[in-house]
Ligand binder design. Structure first.
Ligand SMILES: *Cc1c(COP(=O)(O)O)cnc(C)c1O
Length: 466
């Protein structure tokens, strides 16, 4: 060891991390099963004695690094995952060394200031109204939770009920209206807030998974309408103008789950997709998906800051009160928080408005290229490819399943599966800054080759038995 702060340890670690990132584009996207099995070497009983830090880091790098999924690389198209812009990662390392608590200004002037700056920049990128208040959270799940908590608080307040003081017992009933294809994370957030799944009013959707505005029920009394910018399969957007107009007339609160799709607002050529979304009351969006900042990073935005603050209010605590400005922890379900704003500040400072627009647009173009090439090869594209999402069928459900399985094992790229309106599909999400046209072509070539194999080969099971 080299002194109490181990500068040598941190330097060699940064070299190890850089080497990992350099080799990432050339390694199989999914880790080899042998590498995953090696993780046993990092387990075992609680160590009795300590071990030298450089040895701990060497093991972690050599054994742990080999068992990572190359989702930080350019050919990971599973779920919706960003791959960490280098500038955001570098900022994350630096602020990791600072180890700041971003919950309050007294604990970190730099984290709270840059957090506020970053939130206002993102608000402007997403073209949300001036005065809308943002807050960093772990991801869109917690952003949905916070936005919907503000909604629950506000609709009850309008009904004359003080939720903070009286709680839910005996409160007026709240109607919660959601689309048939609401994301599971929004369901979870609603569940945590006491809205059981059977009690939700589910609005039918169209062929792209968009909530049908003409099928909205009559809205009356305290009501929350939970909409979606970016269907997790198709990338489609709910028709905001029609829904929000109906909701406004009834005094309902409109929340938007915009985890990845809300970024369409930042790309001029995609703006029409999310048209009217800025008229909602609350929005959730992820930084760790399309903005490509490191995990974990999501943001919630609320039109009226007071509703969010009141919904998340604690009782009085003398040691936390400085009688001055509102603090970040008051707008978040968390108290102590990682300095997420610093990563986002660095990403947006580096990209600027044009860079963010280009990142979003580039991913959408890559998605189109996937769709065009796969269609030209004779495979069926199941969705209108308007954003970064492509759903493809390679023939029968069985052939599609076999193609996905083969692709995941082969390692050129990684895509997951889904069932879209009754058909098994492979789901391609393009959301990495690092993906190039060449990566798309290399991935499509592998998909086509493996899909043709899956057509001619008799089905075999993974364990080799017929
Ligand atoms: C990813 C996603 C979420 C959940 O976001 P986390 O960052 O994983 O918490 C919610 N809604 C949609 C539409 C998503 O794509």
């Amino acid at each position: 060891m080299s002194g109490p702060r181990s500068p040598a340890l941190l330097r060699t670690t940064s070299e190890r991390a850089s080497r990992f990132l350099e080799t990432l584009p050339d390694r199989p996207v999914a880790p080899r099963p042998e590498s995953v099995a090696q993780l046993d070497r990092l387990a075992g009983p609680l160590p009795k004695e300590g071990r030298a830090p450089d040895q701990v880091i060497a093991e972690l790098d050599e054994i742990g690094g080999a068992a990572t999924v190359a989702s930080a690389g350019p050919r990971y198209f599973g779920f919706v995952i960003g791959s960490g812009l280098p500038v955001a990662l570098a900022a994350n390392w630096l602020s990791g060394a600072w180890n700041q608590n971003a919950g309050a200004g007294a604990m970190s002037p730099v984290a709270t200031r840059l957090g506020a700056v970053a939130l206002d920049w993102v608000r402007e990128l997403l073209d949300l109204p001036v005065g809308v208040r943002g807050s960093f959270v772990t991801g869109a799940t917690l952003a949905n939770f916070a936005g919907l908590a503000a909604a629950r608080y506000a609709v009850l307040r309008h009904a004359g009920w003080d939720l903070g003081a009286r709680g839910l017992t005996g409160a007026p009933e709240i109607a919660v209206v959601v689309g048939e294809e609401i994301h599971v994370s929004a369901l979870r957030a609603l569940g945590l807030l006491g809205f059981g799944r059977e009690r939700l009013t589910r609005v039918p959707v169209d062929d792209q998974g968009r909530m049908r505005a003409d099928a909205l029920p009559e809205l009356r009394g305290p009501t929350i309408v939970c909409t979606q910018a970016g269907n997790v399969n198709s990338g489609a957007f709910d028709p905001f103008p029609a829904i929000i107009e109906r909701a406004r007339a009834a005094g309902a609160w409109v929340h938007v789950d915009g985890a990845f799709g809300l970024w369409a607002q930042a790309a001029p050529a995609r703006r029409h997709l999310s048209q009217g979304v800025e008229a909602a009351d609350s929005w959730s969006v992820d930084g760790h998906k399309w903005l490509n900042v490191p995990y974990d990073s999501g943001m919630v935005f609320v039109r009226h800051a007071d509703e969010l603050r009141a919904a998340l209010a604690t009782g009085p605590a003398a040691y936390l009160s400085d009688g001055g400005e509102a603090q970040p922890w008051e707008f978040s379900p968390e108290m102590s928080q990682r300095a997420r704003g610093i990563d986002t500040w660095a990403a947006v400072r580096s990209l600027g408005r044009s860079g963010v627009a280009d990142l979003v647009e580039r991913c959408c173009r890559h998605a189109q290229r996937f769709a065009e090439r796969l269609e030209a090869a004779g495979f069926r594209i199941l969705n209108d490819v308007v954003l970064n999402q492509v759903l493809v069928s390679f023939g029968t459900d069985e052939q599609t399943r076999r193609t996905i399985d083969a692709l995941q094992r082969e390692g050129t790229c990684w895509c997951g599966g889904t069932v879209w309106h009754g058909t098994t599909a492979m789901r391609i999400s393009v959301s990495s800054w690092a993906t190039t046209k060449a990566d798309v072509d290399r991935s499509v070539d592998a998909m086509i080759r493996l899909a043709r194999d899956a057509e001619v080969r008799p089905p075999t099971r993974r364990d080799g038995r017929a």
